[in-house]
Design a protein around this ligand. Sequence first.
Ligand code: ATP
Ligand code: MG
Length: 454
Amino acid sequence: MACWIEDREIMEQGAIRGVRGMNDVLPPESLAWVAFEELVHHWASRYGYLPVRTPVVEPTALFVRAIGTATDVVEKEMYAFKDALNGEELTLRPEGTAGVVRAAIEHHLVQGGVQRFYYWGPMFRHERPQKGRFRQFHQVGVEALGTEDPALDAELMVMGARLWEDLGLQEVQLEINSLGDLPERAAYREALVNYFERYYEALDEESRRRLRRNPLRILDSKNPAMRELIEGAPRLLDFLGPASRAHFEAVRQFLEDAGVPYRINPYLVRGLDYYNRTVFEWITPMLGSQGTICAGGRYDGLFAQLGGRPTPAAGFALGVERVLTLWEVSGGSAPEVSVDTYVVHWGEESARTALQVGERLRAAGMSTVVHFGGGSLKSQLRRANSCGAKVAVIIGEEELRAQEATIKPLRGQGTQERVGWEQLEERVWEVLLGKKEQQEREESREREERGAAE
Ligand code: ATP
Ligand code: MG
């Protein structure tokens, strides 16, 4: 055992490792990702959202202008670099909204009504890696462009609720707030600075820094020692004018109509500067301190900020890693993948036939693995079993001469049989379906027995 560990270390010494905070997604976890991607596509389509794919690299100026210079993301989390070949200032995208809005302006996507888009992909932020926080992580984002209707804000939250329900997620709560419009926020900012200046001595170092750069972010402090001070601060909602107030009331009414429970969190401010009016977060107590699984809001000023025609819009993004962890914690699991048939063969000639047989079985709709690497019948069958194959199709020398194959059921009962190549697909299907029907019969009997016992 010790020897094996030493060997491993020797092997790993010279091996290249992945970048810290950037993860490989491997089976069986990757299967859950694929299942989730499919679910997301159906979910977004049900609400009329169309997929968009924007580049992972964008001009640095896009994020600086969209997200704001005084935010954590732009100040210290961006993977920004100069293109060594042409000197362009570029950044690995830290979020998806800026790219979608850039594309919408560039390709004149918003005309004649609301446009609905969604995306899925990796995002990059140079953060301290920890549970639920990575340097490459993934987001599913949803953006609706072209309306200031508060019904949209509510529909985005209803959409989230629907996804959590489809996934069977437990203990997800919605928090909402309104950031008002720019003049309202400016007045609030002044009141907030006055308040915190009075208690300057009690502020922690980060909050002191934020007081000058971005005072609203103090409200988002994760330091428990700051809680009391923050709770005594003026509230943004008290600074809203009639229009912002009416918008917020309407959003609340729609949520109540839809039966989506929510809590108003007067300290909810988002980490990106482009938000106005409605902001929201979906949070869970089940993931420790990285409990925000999804966040979003309205960004009516962003189009103009990026040089486009003023266009009201709203959207949200969910963290795929966090949602999938919560899915697992809630008892979710990816459907097991199994192979229908495994083609076993030996001899040079059989190998060529085996490849053809494999293609024929696949063309007939069966997932099929053809054995590579030789070995005895016994070791190949062992391999077939460990792949979870249901049926082995064996082509040995004798079968080859007779233009036949042996079908060997690998799970449960069933006898081995020889068939001619012309009937192969049909017969394998019968064996597979027979198994399925038998399995279904057994399952329903078990269910009945359980029902009778209860
Ligand atoms: P946090 O407060 O956790 O840093 P944020 O406000 O920076 O989140 P957003 O920019 O709103 O997050 O991104 C939306 C979602 O993306 C978050 O709610 C979270 O689920 C996920 N997310 C953000 N940053 C990371 C990260 N570094 N690693 C994993 N997931 C992340
Ligand atoms: Mg963050």
